[in-house]
Write a protein that binds this ligand. Structure first.
Ligand SMILES: NC(=O)c1ccc[n+]([C@@H]2O[C@H](COP(=O)([O-])OP(=O)(O)OC[C@H]3O[C@@H](n4cnc5c(N)ncnc54)[C@H](OP(=O)(O)O)[C@@H]3O)[C@@H](O)[C@H]2O)c1
Length: 244
């Protein structure tokens, strides 16, 4: 592969969830590769902070918008005002209803809320993005390792629904490509506020015995954007977690 193909120059990349964490790292890498980048999330102050951090490094044009994936009207307005885009990455997640969900004492309202942003919000975003996506463009969604490594007391693996959705969308929206990245423990979002010992305990038995950096996770989204023959795939960035 020539280095010329590892470029997003002239491409417009939109990252929903791009104000922080893995999404921010996707935005920073895409910008490094020459893309014009737009980050979006639901809190204005968060978007402003993300933009300021992105602008600390030299690179292509960058902008930010507020969009709330819980509200279809917000999503529709966001994409209507956006114009054409080449690649959409969605890393938004809100951990509604908490992380733990044990079957016996499941609060069904909280369980439904868990799907609001990460599944229904994602589907709304895809629906309204499609009319604006370049035919050779791509969409990359976000799942999670609980889907493949279930744990007691955590029955709501939203990522499984997201992975199935990515595959169905890859067929339905072709030639637009659709993939999902499946991050393992990554130093972003709620993992940043976990005690170091807890993160170490969760990752010490992995072939790569540590959590991923947000940039390591982000590289998989960039791969999904750049490789024009990859669609309907789930890309784990898990330190070998699927092997143990
Ligand atoms: N970190 C990990 O170890 C890990 C592992 C597996 C999977 N994941 C998944 O990876 C994704 C990114 O996580 P992260 O660790 O990077 O967390 P993060 O830094 O908290 O990023 C999540 C982003 O989603 C945005 N968001 C939340 N609700 C939204 C809404 N209603 N509409 C639009 N944007 C919204 C947040 O910004 P606002 O608050 O401004 O809206 C935030 O920027 C999540 O889906 C998470 O479940 C993470």
């Amino acid at each position: 592969m020539s280095s010329a193909t590892l470029s997003l120059k002239g491409r417009r990349v939109v990252v929903i969830g791009g104000a922080s964490g893995i999404g921010f790292a996707v935005a920073a890498l895409a910008r490094e590769l020459g893309a014009e980048v737009l980050i979006a999330s639901s809190r204005e102050d968060n978007v402003a902070q993300g933009l300021a951090r992105l602008r600390e490094s030299p690179g292509g044009a960058v902008s930010g918008e507020v969009v709330d994936l819980r509200r279809e009207a917000s999503v529709a307005g966001f994409f209507e005002s956006l114009g054409v885009l080449d690649h959409l990455a969605i890393t938004a997640g809100d951990w509604a209803g908490g992380m733990a969900a044990s079957t016996r004492d499941l609060d069904l309202d909280a369980a439904r809320a868990r799907f609001e942003v990460r599944f229904w919000g994602v589907l709304a975003a895809v629906k309204h993005a499609v009319p604006h996506l370049a035919p050779e463009g791509s969409i990359t969604l976000t799942s999670g390792m609980l889907t493949h490594r279930p744990q007691k007391g955590a029955v709501l693996a939203v990522g499984g629904a997201v992975e199935s959705l990515a595959k169905a969308l890859a067929m339905d929206l072709a030639p637009i490509r659709v993939n999902a990245v499946c991050p393992g423990y990554t130093l972003a979002g709620p993992v940043l506020s976990m005690a170091a010992e807890r993160v170490a305990a969760a990752t010490s038995r992995l072939p790569v015995p540590r959590a991923a950096t947000a940039t390591e996770a982000a590289q998989a989204y960039i791969y999904a954007m750049l490789n024009s023959y990859v669609t309907g795939q789930v890309l784990p960035v898990d330190g070998g977690g699927l092997l143990v």
